[in-house]
Write a protein that binds this ligand. Structure first.
Ligand code: NDP
Length: 453
């Protein structure tokens, strides 16, 4: 059985039977034959389906947003925004898919030589709970436009979202078998990945699981895209607009209760403005409204699971024991649900848990530095390399610093966020491959040379 628990109350929402081995076999067989048919469709037809998916998502936005909130605790406004962003991304690939997948002529000794983009087949999508609709849709929209099929192994705390996604694609008229959810335990994933009907795998989740899946997929020579953890630096230089930086910092760290791979996690601030920055940040954090995530006024909901709250509590405790200064928060909230107070730690040093480890919860770590070079050095002093932000009024200087940052994206004077138009992914232990944009749609294609004598 797969159980979903409401993290705001700790109470059971629903339980679902696992798919049996026979059901899993039937799902893979359906996906395999559906993909063969789908690959023969014109790219315009395939892309046009995504307009209907966008409409199906929007038609049930209220229901789907509520499901997200009830299963993983995100404030309802953020859940609604997640459905809208998923719909917009479908529309983006409906419009741009044909152009991205168009043949590319290349001059050679042939009378005609071209690069064409064929699908790979059925892609296994192993997805996390933190953006349960968005994470799947941002993979599935381009993958389907490119002619692939998708089987979704969702995180086991969001089974309702997994089935709702399957329904949204079906409501949109997606051919039977092309998009299906697998209700299985993590221990059964290896068997599915090894099945010859699976051509490739995409995983968004922890680095530990990424390594396991990458090792298995590598041994099978199956293509992988891995979007793993992050410990994004948010660098604030002395000449920055401090008020705007602090306001953005609060959003960058505390949206979704800090449970995002691209949340800003380490605030690396130049010493001479650090007191002002921390005071401003704390002012915004103190104003955050914590409570029932179904209440539209709420800005901080619970953590998605009890163990995730225990993890952040432990990281804060170890950092304080090592000398970090607790400015605000730092406690679990009494009562039902997995709530944790929004927390700011100052005077964090690079060897503390809050700086060394990924903090997947509402705790900001402020690290004070003397100069820009030290800021870059500490920003890179992590095993992760997903996103980074640089705040300064000297954009030319920021562009130079950006090239020295080991990250898949650097945002200057802005909040690191994914955008359907721009590629998204990491380096180092944050994974490899890219999602979104033109680069993302190419990941699950066979980049085929066509040569005519
Ligand atoms: P996991 O990496 O454990 O889970 C992500 C997905 O992988 C889920 O669908 C999970 O299924 C599946 N999975 C787990 N173990 C295996 C396995 N052995 N083989 C194949 N698939 C597997 O993340 P958690 O939910 O446990 O979160 C832990 C940490 O991961 C967070 O604290 C954060 O650091 C990071 N994380 C990063 C995310 C990102 O956006 N990059 C998103 C979520 C988490 P199941 O749920 O059934 O275990």
């Amino acid at each position: 059985m797969i159980h979903s628990i409401n993290p705001a109350t700790g109470e059971s929402v629903d339980s679902y039977d696992n798919h049996s081995a026979a059901q899993v076999g039937a799902i893979l067989a359906d996906a395999h034959s559906a993909q063969k048919e789908w690959a023969l469709q014109d790219v315009r037809t395939r892309s046009a389906l995504l307009l209907k998916v966008a409409a199906a998502l929007r038609a049930n936005k209220t229901e789907y947003a509520r499901l997200i909130t009830v299963e993983m605790g995100k404030p309802i406004n953020e859940s609604e925004a997640e459905i809208e962003k998923s719909a917009v991304t479908c529309e983006f690939y409906a419009a741009e898919g044909p152009r991205f997948l168009d043949d590319e002529s290349v001059a050679s000794n042939a009378s005609d030589s071209r690069v064409v983009f064929d699908p790979l087949g059925v892609v296994l999508a192993i997805m996390p709970w933190n953006y349960p609709f968005w994470q799947f849709v941002r993979f599935a929209a381009p993958a389907l436009a490119a002619g692939n099929a998708a089987v979704l192994k969702h995180a086991n705390n969001v089974p309702g979202c997994a089935l709702a996604l399957e329904r949204a694609f079906r409501d949109a008229g997606t051919p039977q078998g092309l998009v299906q959810a697998l209700l299985i335990d993590a221990s059964e994933v290896a068997g599915v990945l090894a099945d010859p009907r699976i051509a490739a795998v995409t995983l968004t989740g922890s680095t530990a699981v990424g390594k396991l899946v990458a090792a298995q997929a590598g041994s099978l020579l199956k293509k992988q895209v891995l979007e793993l953890g992050g410990s994004d630096p948010f660098i604030v230089l002395a000449d920055a607009d401090i008020d705007l930086a602090a306001k953005t910092a609060a959003k960058a760290r505390f949206s979704n209760a800090g449970q995002s791979c691209i949340s800003a996690k380490r605030f690396i601030v130049q010493e001479q403005i650090a007191d002002r920055f921390v005071a401003e940040l704390v002012k915004h954090v103190a104003e955050l409204k914590l409570g029932d995530p179904l209440d539209p006024e709420t800005q901080i909901g619970p953590l998605a699971r009890a163990n995730l709250r225990a993890d952040i509590e432990d990281q804060v405790r170890r950092s304080v024991a090592a000398g970090a200064k607790l400015i605000i928060g730092g406690k679990t909230v009494d009562g039902p649900g997995f709530f944790y107070e929004p927390t700011v730690l100052d005077h964090v040093t690079p060897d503390m848990a809050a700086a060394m480890e990924e903090t997947f919860g509402p705790a900001a770590a402020v690290i004070r530095v003397a100069d820009e070079d030290t800021a870059v050095e500490l920003a890179n002093a992590t095993e992760f390399g997903l996103g980074a932000a640089v705040w300064t009024t000297d954009v030319k200087k920021a562009e130079k610093l950006a090239r020295r940052l080991e990250a898949g994206a650097v945002f200057i004077n802005g909040l690191v966020a994914s955008d359907a138009r721009l590629p998204f992914g990491g380096v180092k232990q944050s994974g490899y491959g890219r999602e979104l944009g033109e680069f993302g749609i190419r990941e699950f294609t066979n980049i085929k040379t066509l040569w005519v004598g």
